[in-house]
Each structure stands twice: as C-alpha cells, then as structure tokens.
Design a binder for this molecule. Structure first.
Ligand code: NAD
Ligand code: GLY
Length: 360
C-alpha cells in the first residue's frame, strides 16, 4: 500500500533553463530517499554539507537513513555560523568533494540554514563548473528565502556575499518539523523575512501576521512566502528588476550586520531594523504612506524583533558605499508606497544623507 504524501504544498519555480520544485510539509524528510529519486544515480557519491548543530540534531539521522536505503552519502560538517561562509569554508568543501570523488553526476545536499545553503550552493556552482545540488533548509529564514532562487555566495573581506553565483538547485525540500529544534531567536529572525514578504507583496499576509502572532500556521505562511519569491525569481532570475524588491530592508540591514561584525546581529534582525529605516526614509520623502513605519515596527515587535538600529542611520551611511546595490553617487533602495506595494527608487547619496539628517 502506498503511503500518503506528507507534502502539503508543491510549488514550481518555472525558469527557462532550470525549473525545479519546492516541496513543503511536516515530516517530508522521512521520505527524503523517495523525494531525491531520479536526481542521482545511487552509485554516485553524494555530499551532505551541513553544520555541527544541524548534524547533531537532524543530519546524522538523515544520513544514516539515506545510506541504509542505498544512497552513497558522505557528510561534510562545518562549524556553525557566518564564519563558515568564507574562502576557508569553501576550500574545506572543495577538499572534501575531491576526497569523495564528487563529479558532475553527483549530488550535493545543502542541509542547514542560509549559511550552509549559500556556501554549499556556491561550492556546487563552482566545483567542476557545476555539480547538481538540492536545498534542504532547516531555519525559517532559509525556508522562506535563502533556499529558493539560486543566489549562492561567500563573504569576503568583511563584505557580505561578495563572491558568488546564480546557480539554481534541482529541488528544495522544506520540512517544517526541522523548525521544532530552532532556537527562538533564529525563528524570530526568520519571521522578519516573512514580514518582508508581506510588506513588499501581500497585504493579506501582513494582516494574517498581525492577527495571529501567537498561532501562526507556519507551513501555510512559508508556502505563501515561497510563492511570492518564486514569482519574482521567475520574472527576474538575475536580479536586474523586480527581484530587487526582495532587498527591502537590506540596504541598511547589510550595513547594520557589517557594523556589528557579521556574526553578532542575526540577518533577519538586521533586515527588520533596515525595513523600519527604509519606511521612515520613504515617509520623510513623501513616497511612503505615513504610518507605515509604525505598522512595520509594531508587527516586528510583536514577533520579539528589534526595531531600532543600535547605530544611527547617519553612522551607517559610509557602509552603504561598499554595498553591491550602490552605483557611483546613488543607491537603489527598495521603498514601500504602502504595505504590500514596494518599488525600487534610485536615490542619490546626497539626498539620502540629507533625508537622514533631517529625520534625526
Ligand atoms: P545560519 O545558517 O547561520 O543558521 C542559524 C543557526 O541556527 C546556526 O547556528 C545553525 O547551526 C542553527 N540551526 C540551523 N537549523 C537548525 C535547526 N533546525 N535547529 C536548531 N538549530 C539550527 O543562519 P540563517 O539565518 O539560516 O541564514 C543566514 C544566512 O543566509 C546569511 O549568510 C545570509 O546572507 C543568507 N541569506 C541568503 C539568501 C539567499 O537568497 N541566498 C537570502 C537570505 C539570507
Ligand atoms: N534574498 C534576496 C534574493 O534572493 O534575491
């Protein structure tokens, strides 16, 4: 008798060259072997890239099951944290891939949070000019954002995501049960990205988040975020237009992360503070409906997220100049007309500085 599928939502990221599915559900990794069927010849080596925390909680069990079922899996276990998303981390993966004779018919599993997803994804993109990989995200942030869309990268010289590639996974497996072990701070960090999706694209999701602070239907919320992201990636895979809307909150968010030395502030926390700054700037420039920054701030607070940057926006300005989104003397910033309606605005550094000075 066939077992009922544990997948509650299956979405497709429909791309000209490389379409792939996102499977979402509780406990879907119990059928990981079945879900990976057809993606790799069981005789080929499979690398499971993960971090020590995820390995101890979920990875060892999953690897053992896959091995038992006939997949030739070898784990590569990295230290947890942003420092693994580095040139040294990349070299560790390349050495492991070489040792286990990974080839272009192999498969790489990126099993962990956004750090592992970005690192393993970039290693997959660059090793032998491209090895297929599957994203199996285990943080909320990675489930709603980092695992979808093929942005892969490492940090370099204190700059976030400085070296990377667009390289789409073959499949994304989102098992919401993995979130049961996630520390509250990490869960909240992911919720900041959820708020971001609502802010840029979905008033109804924003209302759902406001009304259900203590009883969110996470699988449904994750599916809505992935649907929004898939839609933006489909129309703008290379981030030259509408996909940039996903950067709402990131201009100042990245600066906050850098000011706090990448590891102290969680990515989602920084994005949350960055969204409030962006909304305040938009309101000041009369491009954003008044009260939007307050609505955002209240929602973030309800999810126990900080809303005020420890560094005044003026102090963060020098860090924007090195941001990938800044071109010469101006910067492309995502602003909101109102909740659910975002747009990209080219703003000169001079105008931005003036607005920030006037706001303070
Ligand atoms: P992370 O990968 O560092 O994970 C956070 C912590 O949670 C780690 O200590 C990890 O070991 C632990 N963890 C992971 N899963 C767990 C689980 N199920 N139970 C218990 N602990 C668990 O951080 P993150 O917030 O997932 O990702 C942040 C990274 O993602 C940043 O580097 C950011 O630049 C990147 N990112 C990339 C994209 C993209 O589109 N590629 C989008 C957003 C963010
Ligand atoms: N996280 C932003 C993007 O994928 O474009």
């Amino acid at each position: 008798m066939s077992r009922p599928s544990l997948i509650t939502t299956r979405l497709t990221v429909d791309l000209a060259k490389a379409s792939y599915d996102i499977c979402i559900g509780q406990g879907i990794l119990n059928d990981a072997f079945g879900l990976l069927d057809g993606l790799v010849d069981p005789r080929e080596p499979v690398a499971m890239v993960t971090d020590e925390t995820v390995w101890a909680l979920h990875g060892a069990g999953l690897a053992a099951t896959l091995l038992e079922q006939g997949l030739n899996v070898t784990p590569v276990v990295m230290p947890p944290g942003e420092q693994s998303k580095s040139m040294e981390g990349l070299e560790t993966l390349f050495a492991a891939f070489s040792d286990m004779q990974i080839n272009r018919s192999s498969l790489i599993l990126a099993f962990g949070g956004g750090v592992i997803g970005d690192l393993a994804g970039f290693a997959a993109a660059s090793y032998l000019r491209g090895v297929p990989y599957v994203q199996i995200p285990t943080t909320l942030l990675a489930q709603v954002d980092a695992s979808v869309g093929g942005k892969t990268a490492i940090n370099w010289r204190q700059a976030k995501n400085q070296i990377g590639a667009f390289y789409q996974p073959r499949l994304v497996l989102i098992d919401t049960d993995t979130l049961d072990t996630l520390p509250a701070r990490e869960l909240h960090s992911g919720l900041a990205e959820v708020v971001k999706y609502a802010a840029i694209r979905s008033k109804s999701l924003f209302s759902e988040l406001q009304a259900n602070t203590d009883r969110l239907d996470l699988p449904s919320v994750i599916a809505q975020c992935c649907q929004i992201k898939a839609g933006l990636v489909e129309i703008d895979e290379l981030d030259l237009g509408d996909r940039m809307l996903l950067n709402f909150g990131h201009t100042f968010g990245h600066a906050i992360e850098q000011a706090g030395s990448l590891s102290q502030v969680r990515h989602g926390e920084a994005v949350g503070m960055g969204m409030v700054i962006a909304a305040r700037i938009g309101e000041h420039m009369e491009l954003t409906r008044q009260g939007t920054s307050d609505s955002l701030g209240m929602l973030l607070s309800a999810y126990e997220l900080p809303t005020r940057s420890p560094w005044a926006p003026a102090k963060l300005m020098p860090l924007l100049a090195s941001d990938k989104k800044s071109k010469a003397q101006s910067i492309q910033m995502v602003l909101l007309r109102e909740v659910g309606d975002a747009f990209v605005q080219q703003i000169s550094i001079a105008d931005l500085s003036r607005a920030i000075d006037e706001m303070e």
